[in-house]
Design a protein around this ligand. Structure first.
Ligand code: PRP
Ligand code: URA
Length: 215
């Protein structure tokens, strides 16, 4: 699906490696082991894109040949916040790229009847307000879970928030654009629509069940 011009804060990570891995991830024949590896790799590639705007400052490095002025990260601190449970699959890949990041957890599940998010856990780094926050969850469907996670984080002082999802439904993007206008959404794909059970079409099925082999 092409990007709606109203979705200014939505970045589709359309790198060929990302699209290739996403195709394998979607395939119903992909087993839990490969699924987990792909989620980890995709998260790492997405973090590369989501950190593109991080500030640098100048420093001087002595190479074996001479001194040179070069650039290092300006010390910006990062928090990775997976939405339990499927978001857990994205954490390791991001930590490989940003090992100093702290990790907080927001526990939410979608009530299958109402599709409303239900909170059951929240533990965040104390200095969350000083950090660039990357909320991670493979699926953005109705957007209810992600919008609730953004609100929990805001209530606890977070303000620089990005949302990294592997697949988004247009309905979910609309919800985030409407309720979290200062949040940038990174996604590998914008799919067609939600089915009657709130699943993304074509999507990849239930991300949590495929990651953890629970069905
Ligand atoms: C899935 C997914 C998101 C949520 C997306 O989690 O990982 O958190 O649904 O749906 P939404 O955009 O309509 O809120 P689920 O509730 O299935 O929990 P799980 O991760 O424990 O499987
Ligand atoms: N949660 C999932 O795991 N998959 C969907 O398609 C929608 C919500």
């Amino acid at each position: 699906m092409t990007k709606d011009p109203r979705w200014d804060n939505v970045v589709v990570v359309d790198h060929p490696l990302v699209q290739h891995k996403l195709s394998i991830l979607r395939d119903v024949a992909t087993g839990a082991k490969e699924f987990r590896e792909l989620v980890k790799e995709l998260a790492m590639l997405m973090a590369y894109e989501a950190t593109r705007s991080f500030q640098l400052h100048e420093t001087v490095v002595t190479t074996p040949i001479t001194d040179t002025t070069t650039y290092v990260l300006a010390g910006k601190k990062v928090a990775v916040i997976p939405i339990l449970r499927a978001g857990l699959g994205m954490v390791e890949g991001i930590l490989e790229l940003i090992p100093a990041a702290k990790v907080g957890h927001v526990g939410l599940y979608r009530d299958p009847a109402t599709l409303q998010p239900v909170e059951y856990y929240c533990k965040l780094p104390e200095d969350i307000g000083d950090r660039d926050v990357l909320i991670v969850d493979p699926m953005l469907a109705t957007g209810g879970s992600a919008a609730a996670a953004v609100q929990f984080l805001r209530d606890r002082g977070a303000h620089a928030i990005s949302l990294l999802v592997l697949i988004a439904a247009p309905e979910g993007i609309d919800e985030i654009v409407k309720t979290c206008e200062d949040v940038t959404v990174y996604t590998c794909a914008i799919d067609s629509h939600l089915n009657d059970h709130g699943y993304i079409v074509p999507g990849l099925g239930d991300a949590g069940d495929r990651l953890f082999g629970t069905k």
